[in-house]
Design a protein around this ligand. Structure first.
Ligand code: PAF
Length: 282
């Protein structure tokens, strides 16, 4: 495995592989890798001849400066973990390498990016699209791998690939959970033991709501989740929305869509956690 810091060197390595007819998978990450990332890397290693894992804490997608500062940075440990997974390249550029000048491009995928995370984190998806498009252009992967935990991000990246006609396949991979149900997240490392215990109520509530939904309306299910999170110690709900999994727009009735997903964001102390659950799948 080779650690590369510049686009020029990365392109040279990948062009050489492509000239031999090799396929390339890209796993974009912000580092602080966990089993969720490992599942993406394993999938890419299985599907492609070479796998590039980018590790870059992208400043343009943080609308909260302190969130950016507190984001865990663990490149050395990340490289050990990636080596064990047979990743071919770790691409770990500096901010100056990715943004030699401010990126003034503006991406809009309304209404996909105006709801949920888009409403609560203005500019977040613009920053995600800026960096992911730069990574697509630097790596030119055959396939790119993203987790379904960031459900809205995945939908927006799929839309960007369609609109920009990037010649690649976006592969969405299922959420990976701890044994007790907590969705894997780099932010989990910031939870105290007590906060982590409180955070378990997020996935527990979502799983309960799936059974509840079988015999209740969308609005009753919505209220059940809101009430359960309000009653749970140490949690503050930012939003919970039951949406069509393709359009990301709220649904009023289960019959409105064959693909219904509940997306939630909860503060546990000052750590912002997201999760989702599928009520109906296409
Ligand atoms: O999901 C993430 O970790 C980030 O949003 C991504 C896709 C790596 C872009 O910085």
């Amino acid at each position: 495995m080779k650690v590369i810091e510049t686009i020029k060197e990365l392109r040279a390595e990948l062009d050489a592989l492509r000239s031999l007819g090799k396929t390339v998978g890209l796993v974009p990450t912000m580092g602080a890798l966990h089993a969720g990332h490992v599942s993406l890397v394993r999938r890419s290693v299985a599907d492609n001849d070479a796998t590039v894992v980018s590790v870059f804490v992208n400043p343009t997608q943080f609308n909260d400066k302190s969130d950016l500062e507190k984001y865990p940075r663990t490149l050395e440990a990340d490289c050990h973990l990636l080596e064990a997974q047979d990743a071919t390249f770790v691409f770990a550029p500096s901010v100056a390498e990715m943004y030699p000048e401010p990126d003034t491009r503006s991406f809009s995928f309304a209404p996909l990016d105006t709801v949920m995370e888009g409403a609560f984190r203005p500019g977040h998806f613009n920053g995600v699209c800026q960096i992911v498009s730069k990574l697509f252009e630097a790596v030119r992967p055959d396939r790119a791998y993203f987790g379904e935990k960031d459900f809205q991000q995945l939908a927006i990246i799929r839309a960007m690939v369609r609109r920009c006609k990037y010649p690649l396949e976006v592969v969405g991979c299922p959420i990976v959970r701890e044994d007790d149900g907590l969705a894997m997240s780099s932010r989990n490392t910031r939870l105290s033991a007590a906060e982590r215990e409180n955070a378990l109520n997020i996935s527990r509530t979502l799983y309960k709501s799936r059974n509840f939904a079988a015999a209740h309306t969308v609005s009753e299910t919505q209220k059940m989740v809101e009430d359960a999170i309000a009653a749970a110690p140490g949690l503050r709900l930012e939003y919970f929305q039951i949406v069509d999994g393709n359009t990301l727009q709220p649904i009023a009735n289960w019959a409105d869509t064959p693909y219904a997903v509940g997306c939630i964001t909860v503060f546990c102390g000052d750590v912002r956690l997201i999760d989702n659950i599928k009520y109906k799948e296409e």
